[in-house]
Ligand binder design. Structure first.
Ligand SMILES: [Zn+2]
Ligand SMILES: [Zn+2]
Length: 338
């Protein structure tokens, strides 16, 4: 089969690899119908993170189940499924509490930018759709695998709700879908932070009521100005850089909530600054599996259209071009069709 392999910074190739097989009785093998490039894939692509030599890339996927191990009971061959980027057993105390991405026996899903994928812990990881989806729903279902679920978790972690003002730091796919989630969760005002006209338009389409184009301290000042000097009730942090995390904490009012889902690389928090901010901080790798049934339902009923974040669709064979476009911010998010 064809699969996307990262050899080192900037060096991603599509190559022949053996088709995955059932290794554990809890595994499923799916034929990938659509996959995509994640912002987090850009960390090893840029050499900021090291995935080791010849890393099989991709963790966002939808596909049809080809085979299941002997212990799999909920998922069956022929099901069209959406799965989280983290495999979870759905049975431990951490899963039961809704934090499946930190499952006590959890594993990363890797190698989804390929024709076939082995999904560990299939029963706890995959959710079958009500039937075979129309082609038009596939991109939206694919977002549920990570970016939509992550944006949703960020909004939930930031305690978004009716009557609240929400600020969103980050105009990538997760930030934009955080805007969508905030709207669905009843936010009264949603302040999106972006200086890119195309992304501003998408944020507005997803429900943003105001756009802030400033960055850093200027952005914080602007959010304060828009909120009577207090700051937002809820802030979604969807970048993971030092500047973005500080911006999120400072844009939040005392007693407010910051939901952080940007993968923080070398972010350092100043203790005194944090102390006086007086905000709730909650985040981490999103327990996408918690939200999948509800997100699939909303997409199936065409109540939301998160698939709009894909502004580039390429055949799997052109995965290197997809990475390049996202790295250079020419694309918000690239969908790959095996
Ligand atoms: Zn991802
Ligand atoms: Zn678990």
């Amino acid at each position: 089969m064809r699969a996307t392999i990262l050899y080192g910074p900037g060096d991603v190739r599509v190559e022949d690899r053996p088709r995955p097989v059932i290794e554990q009785p809890t595994d499923a093998i799916i034929r990938v119908e659509a996959a995509c490039v994640c912002g987090s894939d850009l960390w090893p692509y840029r050499g900021v993170a090291d995935y080791g030599p010849a890393a099989a890339m991709g963790h966002e996927y939808v596909g049809v189940v080809e085979a299941v191990g002997d212990a799999v009971q909920q998922i069956k061959p022929g099901d069209f499924t959406v799965g989280s980027f983290m495999a979870s057993d759905g049975a431990c105390e951490i899963c039961a509490s809704g934090y499946q991405s930190r499952c006590a026996v959890g594993l990363r899903v890797r190698g989804a930018q390929a024709e076939y994928l082995r999904v560990p812990l299939a029963d706890g990881t995959l959710v079958a759709t009500p039937g075979m989806p129309d082609a038009v729903l596939v991109p939206s279902l694919l977002t549920a695998s990570d970016v939509l679920g992550t944006g949703w978790f960020a909004a939930a972690a930031a305690e978004v709700g009716p009557g609240k003002t929400v600020a969103v730091v980050g105009d990538g796919a997760v930030g934009l879908l955080g805007v969508l989630a905030a709207g669905r969760l009843g936010a009264e005002r949603i302040i999106a932070m972006s200086r890119n006209p195309a992304r501003q338009a998408l944020a507005t389409a997803f429900g943003a009521t105001e756009i802030v184009t400033e960055r850093g301290d200027d952005a914080v000042a602007r959010v304060k100005e828009l909120t009577g000097g207090l700051g937002a009730h809820s802030v979604i942090e969807a970048v993971g850089t030092q500047e973005a995390v500080e911006q999120a904490i400072h844009a939040c009012r005392p007693g407010g909530h910051v939901g952080f889902v940007g993968l923080g690389h070398e972010v350092k928090l100043n203790g005194l600054d944090l102390f006086y901010a007086g905000v709730h901080l909650h985040g981490g790798p999103a327990p996408v599996r918690r939200f999948l049934p509800e997100l699939i339902r909303l997409i199936w009923e065409r109540a939301i259209n998160p698939g709009l974040v894909f502004d580039l669709t390429l055949p799997l064979e052109q995965a290197p071009a997809a990475y390049k476009a996202m790295d250079q911010r020419q694309a918000v998010k690239a969908l790959l069709l095996p």
